[in-house]
Write a protein that binds this ligand. Structure first.
Ligand code: MN
Length: 257
């Protein structure tokens, strides 16, 4: 009957598992906090319109209040000044939203060092074990940070010197942007850059280089521990917000069992 029929059958019978990489969206969902003088986004919120009452006797519905960069979300190129002439989130071709994933697990090293930075050598070592990064695929960085996502203070892990969360080195960000065959980078933290990346040169190198190269970011993923190093397919579905710099996204992975 064809590959799509086979795929649905495989999902139904469990030989392909659908793994949800998305954090639940609620008023408790952690959000980025920039220091003054920078402006900040709002927490996610539900505002009830009616709930089977005199405002609407048979129906329940809400307005939502959210930032584009709240919870699990996709960064579009136009999010960063280096990508200002690039795609907004509504302009990303749908075919790019279905893509293979490489998963690199650095969680053991992050456990010892919350400021851990992924280096080119780490990706090269991964490639020597698993083959080249997938063309037009995602590099997903498993850090174990999703275990902290229930509590904002744990997730941001900030002290008087700023947030301490893992990320990607300046050199590796530039390499992923300009040389690696990937369409983007996915992380478990609140943004694709390390907590201390405000002090890097350039500041926020993953945003600067990757979005500047017309590539994408995926943030606040979870359940990456349930993906193999190679072979998963990611379906990332941001809302097509016209002119939007990003969008909360439902991100699913298909994994053969
Ligand atoms: Mn973002």
């Amino acid at each position: 009957m064809g590959i799509l029929f086979d795929l649905v059958n495989a999902v139904r019978t469990g030989s392909v598992e659908v793994v949800d990489l998305t954090a639940p969206l609620s008023s408790e969902t952690p959000i980025l906090q920039l220091p003054p003088p920078f402006a900040n986004t709002i927490p996610f919120g539900l505002e009830e319109i009616s709930r089977y009452d005199d405002r609407g006797p048979a129906w329940y519905w809400n307005d939502i209040h959210t930032g584009e960069h709240t919870g699990t979300h996709l960064d579009a190129p136009v999010h960063w000044v280096t990508g200002r002439d690039g795609e907004d989130v509504s302009q990303i071709p749908p075919l790019k939203l279905v893509a293979p994933a490489a998963v690199i697990d650095v969680s053991a090293r992050v456990a010892d060092d919350p400021d851990f930075l992924l280096e080119i050598a780490d990706v090269r070592e991964w490639e020597s074990a698993h083959g080249p990064l997938p063309r037009e695929g995602w590099l997903l960085v498993r850090t174990g940070w999703d275990a902290r996502s229930a509590v904002q203070s744990d997730f941001l892990n900030a002290d008087e010197t700023g947030p301490h969360t893992p990320g990607i080195s300046v050199e590796c960000a530039k390499w992923l942007a300009d040389e690696a065959p990937v369409i983007g980078v996915g992380v478990e933290t609140v943004g694709t850059d390390a907590g201390q990346a405000f002090g890097f040169d350039p500041a926020f190198p993953c945003h600067s280089y990757v979005l500047g190269a017309g590539k994408y970011g995926l943030t606040q993923l979870q359940n990456l521990d349930r993906l193999p190093p190679v072979g998963a397919v990611v379906i990332a579905a941001p809302l097509p917000i016209v002119g939007g710099s990003g969008s909360p996204a439902r991100v699913l992975a298909l994994v053969e069992r």
